[in-house]
Design a protein around this ligand. Structure first.
Ligand code: F6R
Length: 663
């Protein structure tokens, strides 16, 4: 697999003597860099955890230096998912390595408005949860914009906030995340360069991105108080952070694009001491990663050639076999044909490579020559585990392949990693509670305990305020609703009940919409199943763009579990295939297996997705896409088939794509 996913067991093999800092990405494909499109310094990391640890340690060093000089240090802090691991490491440094925060003063970038400080949605709550409750910072040194200030007092308050920053000598180190609108703090597109702390309106995209945290977009405030662009720009050092594929296009605009108020983060290009820290997924659209041949001289290998040729074919709007020397020359790929082979030979090589990814036999074709097939012919009947992070990812992302594997006689198991209970509407839960109550009434069941629980859940739902967290009784019912739907869909795909496993991973049950970390018990559940089934094939969601983080955590747990079983005999025969979740597809050059679906198979896949009734019409967490899941799945599968067609391969109705993971 050529994916960008990293996790601890992979690091050792990826490191090199040239990588003194663990997790720092070393771009081996670029032999010599001739130019850069990047207008501010960018550090790319393979792993956001290691990046965060590194940044936290730089901050710790600065804190300690100031302590030696008997001086305070002023930190500008952000909320959101980007800085969370930095805070985790700072807490660890405090607890385990004696780092004190007695000389630290902090100013937070922003707060929703209106917002009570004790609300779970407030940034006050967030900061205390993630940092302040766990360190020894004096309470009076913490400044967070106050979401309870009246509108009449707002201007004066914002001036006061600015004055406090000045009075403390200005911000030494500012941490920033970046929104998909390009906002820093809550300076949305249109924010002036000289803007100061003020009340602002939130952009529609920003509100949609926050919808999951608030349990629905209708609960997200329309306004916020934020430090201005000029407040941020006055900081002496700035770290801008971005992790994940969903940040890739805005990072490109901020780093390579023109300075414009339409992308407020682009103002950072003018800062004398800024550094952008991103992971490989967030760097995916930068020229040096996406088209390194435009930036310098490449070390060509088969994977890079494949990436370049696919890019070239789309650029020139030609199928691969029609690309000429001239096409290569005109698009900056002359060194490829000069150093390697003629365009004719390269075209054939890449055409064949793509051709060999296509198979109607995702579990391998029995008694066939498998030299050029993505899967092995033997054993003819394979034991397979499909891991599905949520109860519907299996059918949404690989429903067609799931159906084929069963039809072709493999011993298929499906494991639902989490209950998915947060994504069930209240009205659906109430429907089932009332159904149970009426059913008990009808049968004259007297059991008071049962009735008490049902009444408690019913009362909660009827009185629930927007954005309230569900009580455990309600979460459990919601989980059962999804469990029933998953069972129906898996049975539709041909599985018997003993092949359907519900792992209900504890990290998900313990967390709210924001997820907790993977723990030992989560990993052990997966290890147990792997050891029981001893699979030849594992399918897992290799998703980097999941907005809630659940897919990433589920994948992490699988990787850690695989690392624990790697010395067992059966594991030598186990191949791991990664599919993408509902949000995105693999780039074509990373596909190792493409399973074509006929129109009838696509229809059947749709029926399996329809079994997830609670997610139909209007799912609670649709992400930034208004389409229903079955529509997204079909559009995506058709799009993959169409791309193969445009490259000059056979025309199919739809295709599901997989990338093979090799540690
Ligand atoms: C948070 C803030 C925002 C976030 C940005 C990215 O205090 O000011 O600018 O940094 O929306 O959010 P995440 O990190 O959640 O992607």
């Amino acid at each position: 697999m050529k994916s960008t996913i990293t996790h601890p067991p992979m690091r050792a093999s990826r490191g090199s003597r040239k990588d003194p800092i663990p997790g720092l990405y070393h771009q081996r494909e670029l032999k010599y860099q001739l130019k850069t499109y990047e207008k501010m310094p960018v550090t790319i990391w393979e792993d956001s955890r290691l990046a965060s640890r590194h940044i936290a340690q730089s901050i710790a060093l600065a804190i300690r230096q100031r302590q030696q000089e008997n001086e305070k240090i002023v930190l500008g802090l952000a909320t959101g998912s980007s800085p969370v691991k930095i805070y985790e490491e700072l807490v660890r440094l405090h607890k385990e390595e004696g780092l004190s925060f007695y000389n630290v003063v902090t100013f937070n970038l922003d707060e929703y408005y209106p917002m009570e400080p004790d609300s779970v949605h407030s940034y006050v709550y967030f900061m205390h949860e993630h940092l302040f409750n766990h360190i020894d910072i004096p309470k009076e040194n913490i400044y967070i914009p106050d979401g309870t200030i009246s509108l009449d007092d707002m201007d004066e308050y914002c001036e006061w906030y600015e004055a406090q920053i000045e009075a403390h000598g200005g911000i030494d180190i500012q941490i920033l995340g970046i929104g998909r609108t390009g906002h820093i703090g809550f300076n949305e597109p249109g924010s002036w360069e000289d803007s100061r702390t003020r009340l602002v309106k939130l952009d529609a995209i920003t509100r949609r991105d926050a919808a999951a945290d608030f349990g629905g977009i209708e609960n997200v405030p329309y306004r916020a108080i934020t430090m201005g662009v000029s407040t941020i720009m006055r900081a002496r050092t700035i770290y801008l952070l971005a992790w994940g594929e969903h940040k890739a296009s805005i990072i490109k605009e901020a780093v390579e694009g023109p300075i414009t108020e339409q992308v407020p983060a682009s103002f950072l290009q003018k800062h004398p001491n800024v550094r952008v820290h991103i992971d490989l997924a967030a760097a995916g659209e930068l020229s040096r990663i996406k088209t390194p041949w435009k930036v310098g001289i490449c070390s060509w290998d088969d994977d890079l050639i494949c990436k370049a040729v696919i890019w070239l074919a789309f650029q020139r709007k030609k199928p691969i076999l029609k690309l000429t020397d001239e096409d290569y020359m005109e698009e900056g790929l002359s060194d490829l044909i000069v150093d390697h082979a003629s365009s004719y030979d390269i075209n054939i090589m890449i055409f064949n490579r793509l051709q060999h990814t296509i198979t109607g036999w995702p579990g391998g074709k029995p008694n066939a020559d498998d030299t050029h097939r993505p899967e092995r012919a033997k054993p003819a009947v394979k034991r397979v585990i499909i891991f599905s992070p949520h109860p519907d990812d299996d059918v949404i992302s690989m429903g067609g392949t799931f159906l084929r594997l069963v039809e072709q006689g493999h011993d298929v198991h499906v494991a639902y990693q989490t209950s998915g209970n947060i994504a069930v509407h209240d009205h659906d839960a109430l429907k089932y509670i009332e159904l149970m109550q009426e059913w008990l009434d009808h049968h004259g069941v007297e059991d008071q305990e049962w009735r008490k629980i049902l009444r408690k859940a019913e009362r909660f739902l009827r009185r629930k305020d927007r954005g309230d967290m569900d009580i455990p009784e309600v979460r459990y019912i919601k989980g059962l609703i999804r469990r029933g739907e998953a069972r129906a869909a898996a049975r539709f795909c041909g599985l018997s009940d003993d092949k359907i496993h519900f792992l209900d991973m504890p990290f998900y049950e313990k967390g709210g919409i924001k997820k907790m970390n993977i723990e030992e018990e989560d990993i052990q559940l997966i290890v147990d199943l792997l050891e029981k089934v001893k699979p030849h094939q594992v399918f897992a969601a290799g998703d980097l763009a999941d907005p809630h983080g659940t897919h990433r955590l589920c994948l992490d747990a699988i990787f850690q579990a695989l690392d624990r079983v790697k010395d067992q005999k059966w594991y030598k025969d186990c191949w791991v295939w990664l599919y993408r979740g509902a949000w995105a597809e693999w780039p074509l050059h990373e596909i190792d297996m493409a399973v074509p679906l006929s129109p009838t198979e696509l229809q059947k896949k749709r029926m399996a997705i329809f079994r997830h009734q609670s997610q139909k019409d209007r799912p609670l967490f649709p992400g930034n896409d208004e389409r229903e899941f079955w529509q997204r799945a079909e559009d995506r599968n058709r799009d993959t088939a169409n791309k193969y067609r445009l490259l000059g391969l056979a025309e199919y109705e739809a295709m599901e794509a997989f990338s093979r993971w090799k540690p």
